[in-house]
Design a binder for this molecule. Sequence first.
Ligand code: BGC
Length: 253
Amino acid sequence: MTTPQGAAPSVFGVDIGGSGIKGAPVDVLAGALAQPRHKVLTPHPAEPAAVAAAVREVVEHFGHRGPVGLTFPGVVVDGHTRTAANVDQGWLELDAAGLFREALDSPVVVLNDADAAGLAELTHGAGRGQRGTVLVLTFGTGIGSALFADGVLVPNTELGHLELRGKDAEHRASSAARDRHQLSWADWAVRVDEYLDLVERLFWPQLIIIGGGVSRKHDKFLPLLKERAARVVPAELRNDAGIVGAAMAAAAD
Ligand code: BGC
């Protein structure tokens, strides 16, 4: 798809997180931000109307008109947000796509945050060209998951909520759990290993890509993880994966 001038059309990606809402125009062919991203703080409480206003501020910062892809940290089916584990309960069973379409007066696509990061990694990052079963896991406030079979996404797998030692796995092994319990990298790596054992036994992925904010510090913990059948590698797009993946989803719509 090109404009009459031959330039790539402008697609915008927004990553909605617990602390910040970040967005930028994206070069979806290159899998990179077309301009430095703009971030605003996530309103508290993160009620839908307040978040929509913050998203509008981010998009208007660039004067963007046209399709917008947005991530959401919960289950999203047909533009409706169905769970709200770490966000305001007002998102439960909400027509989020309708809300953002109205707020931005633009076509929108809403998808799970880990699914967006996964799409970006599989096309432009650590999972480029990978066939077979690939699992992208994001470690942050929660644990997000994106499952791919021969490059095709199975959305909303929500593997952060598998049960580990009688608890939601993300309560034990997320990056926030490491902070909360003031765990050393070695102690946290034991918990991550236990979690990876669990997902490996269920899905037998050939490749596990570790994303989320903590992937920036992969040299601190990846070498501490035990050997396993799956290759475990750090994400390559890091902080931009959600924005890029959201824009990719909007461009494909
Ligand atoms: C949510 C997922 C999300 C993950 C990372 C979990 O608590 O249920 O939908 O992908 O956190 O933000």
